[in-house]
Design a protein around this ligand. Structure first.
Ligand SMILES: NC(=O)c1ccc[n+]([C@@H]2O[C@H](COP(=O)([O-])OP(=O)(O)OC[C@H]3O[C@@H](n4cnc5c(N)ncnc54)[C@H](OP(=O)(O)O)[C@@H]3O)[C@@H](O)[C@H]2O)c1
Length: 343
């Protein structure tokens, strides 16, 4: 496993971070087709447990989790006695203010940290990822300009109490770094301008390369970047890259994915198919820029985790490829921003 520094801090994260959003039968953020039997659910949990264990024994030293993923119970079980539990760097999500809420609530930050420390059997959360969905932003405006502007306008009021509570937690030795999970790159720039954040977590993959807009700045300023969903929820894998070959009930056949596959077709026409497998290429693509510290990716079984570890072998595409893909996406148009979970 290879490790990269988180910006200019002394935190070294493995190039793959285990994304804990999907690996149990109880995962709340996963849209599934059809009911599962209890045997299938148990099998999924066994596979998920082995996936985490394979990741840790393969050198993965960071886990991205959230109390609202519905999967913490399994991490808690695994980490209670795991010999590496003290060496793991945890990244947790913290949301405040949420959509319609009026202001940032310091108690949410404190509660999320305390809950994570307890459930993950650790003394310190390495990175808290702040998601600001409000204030006064109804869900329908979540990705609209008006909602975005309201979030940016509220930043000056949020930053003070956020930094104050974070500094208290840091003094208590409970947290390391605070980063932002922005909805848009406009918000990302404003959040970075505030000086409160040591880095950014955002989607980065072939179909969603917009984070390129902040990567050079992060590198210049010595800040870190976590590349979320490098496989675009499994679309950018050998199994799903050719949509026609998918079974009728595969979620990626739904209309919500049309514009993403159309865009991928254009990208494939222009850059050609990779010499390595699509899964490997998609993972390596997201590591092509030096500002990227780690890929936050979900592995549901040992096979998927091993493929991820193998892909991170140190030979990555040039960062110019991200720019080429970014330009194609600009030209064709980004698919509408939306939560992909219900699509
Ligand atoms: N707001 C946020 O902070 C936020 C939002 C979204 C995600 N996240 C984090 O990012 C992580 C990753 O997000 P994600 O799961 O949406 O996207 P992802 O990591 O890009 O895609 C994961 C999916 O790809 C497939 N896959 C994984 N490894 C594979 C391999 N080697 N070969 C073939 N297929 C493979 C699996 O799907 P199948 O098993 O179905 O094939 C898996 O569920 C989450 O766990 C979470 O920690 C954070």
């Amino acid at each position: 496993m290879r490790y990269r520094k988180f910006g200019n801090t002394d935190l070294a994260l493995s190039e793959v971070c285990f994304g804990a959003m999907r690996f149990t039968s109880t995962a709340d953020h996963v849209t599934l087709t059809g009911e599962r039997t209890s045997q299938e659910a148990e099998q999924q949990n066994r596979d998920g447990r082995r996936a985490v264990e394979a990741a840790l024994s393969g050198g993965v030293n960071c886990i991205h989790s959230s109390g609202d993923y519905g999967t913490r119970w399994m991490l808690s079980e695994i980490l209670a006695h795991h010999p590496k539990r003290k060496d793991i760097h945890h990244i947790i999500k913290m949301t405040s203010p949420d959509y319609e809420e009026e202001k940032f609530d310091p108690q949410v930050l404190r509660n999320d940290v305390e809950e994570a420390l307890r459930d993950l059997h650790t003394d310190r959360i390495a990175i808290v990822q702040h998601l600001q969905r409000g204030p006064h932003v109804p869900k329908v405006e979540a990705y609209a300009e008006v909602g975005d502007q309201r979030r940016i306008d509220a930043l000056p009021e949020i930053i003070g109490p956020l930094q104050e509570t974070f500094a208290e937690l840091k003094k208590e030795g409970k947290v390391g770094h605070l980063i932002t999970f922005p909805h848009t790159m406009g918000y990302a720039q404003a959040a970075l301008d505030s000086g409160a954040y040591a880095g950014v977590a955002h989607f980065l993959n072939l179909v969603e390369p917009e984070a390129l807009e902040v990567l050079d700045r992060l590198e210049r300023e010595g800040k870190g970047f976590l590349a979320i969903r490098p496989l675009l929820q499994g679309m950018l894998t050998d199994k799903r890259v050719d949509r026609d070959s998918l079974p009728e009930n595969d979620l990626k056949r739904r209309a919500g994915w049309d514009s993403r596959y159309a865009l991928l077709d254009r990208i494939r026409e222009r850059i050609g198919d990779p010499k390595v497998s699509w899964t490997t290429f998609a993972l390596q693509f997201a590591l092509a820029h030096n500002a990227v510290t780690s890929l936050v990716a979900s592995g549901n079984n040992v096979h998927q985790v091993e493929a991820m570890l193998e892909a991170c072998q140190g030979q990555y595409p040039s960062r110019e490829l991200i720019k080429t893909v970014y330009d194609i996406v600009e030209e064709v148009g980004m698919p509408p921003k939306a939560d992909l979970f219900g699509l």
